[in-house]
Design a protein around this ligand. Structure first.
Ligand code: FMN
Length: 226
């Protein structure tokens, strides 16, 4: 398995997939990781396999997506920070999938909810899905912003903070908006963001990528998450 850092550096959104099924060993590994994430977060993330209807049939596919048959449903109880939490934990599953050799694309809009494909608990809301599988599309390099545009960086900023910001810039964001901002205030990392769709989900994803960049240095976040 590749390292988390390698997974961050090798990941790009992939929207076209081969018909190759995901091997059972990979499915088992991913499912047990998803279960661990669900049990610490009380989210309801669910791996759906061999289900082509969410992204259209063979005759019709939505948007730019081709051949999507496997995806992770991002769902959870309707709490105030649901999007942020799904971002943080969904990012963990997406990168574990990459470590296991699977490509992905986070999808906020262009998919159909297929209720028969997964079980929700009363009150759970589906907020996004992540397409998963073996890509045959070409990745596009999308990074647009520079570190100083998304963080208060100073000559004396610690290395772990600079690396955290650098890794956050490698995270997927909806329409590549990268509207997050990081500052180090009294030893705590403060995240802020602008307005827009999926802005809180983007922020949660960026939080996890930042933590990977910070490496062994434990990040003291201003905002709590469980
Ligand atoms: C919350 C969220 C929602 C997204 N929704 C869509 C979507 O509906 N359709 C799509 O094609 N890509 C979607 N994306 C993928 C982004 O367009 C993509 O991550 C961004 O352009 C950066 O590219 P990269 O992931 O290759 O670095 C979404 C990403 C995020 C984080």
């Amino acid at each position: 398995m590749i390292t988390l850092e390698e997974a961050v550096n090798q990941r790009h959104s992939i929207r076209s997939y081969t018909a190759d099924p995901i091997p059972q060993e990979t499915v088992d590994n991913l499912r047990s990781f998803i279960n661990q994430c669900n049990s610490v977060s009380n989210l309801n993330m669910h791996l759906v396999l061999d289900e082509p209807k969410a992204f259209g049939s063979l005759l019709f596919s939505y948007g730019m997506f081709k051949g999507v048959r496997n995806y992770l449903v991002l769902a959870g109880p309707q709490v105030d920070d649901l999007d942020y939490r799904l971002g943080y934990y969904g990012a963990q599953v997406m990168l574990r999938a990459k470590q296991l050799g699977l490509d992905s694309c986070w999808v906020g809009g262009t998919y159909h909810k297929i209720p028969s494909a997964f079980t929700l608990r009363p009150g759970d809301k589906v907020k996004s899905v992540i397409a998963l599988g073996f890509g045959n599309g070409k990745p596009v390099n999308h990074r647009i912003r520079q570190p100083h545009e998304v963080a208060d960086l100073r000559p004396d900023s610690p290395d772990w903070f600079v690396r955290g910001v650098d890794f956050a810039l490698k995270a997927p964001t909806a329409i590549n908006q990268q509207k997050f901002h990081f500052a180090l205030v009294d030893g705590k990392v403060k995240q802020t963001t602008g307005w827009g769709s999926f802005i809180q989900m983007d922020l949660g994803i960026a939080r996890y990528f930042f933590e990977i960049g910070a490496g062994d240095h434990p990040v003291d976040w201003e905002r709590n998450i469980n």
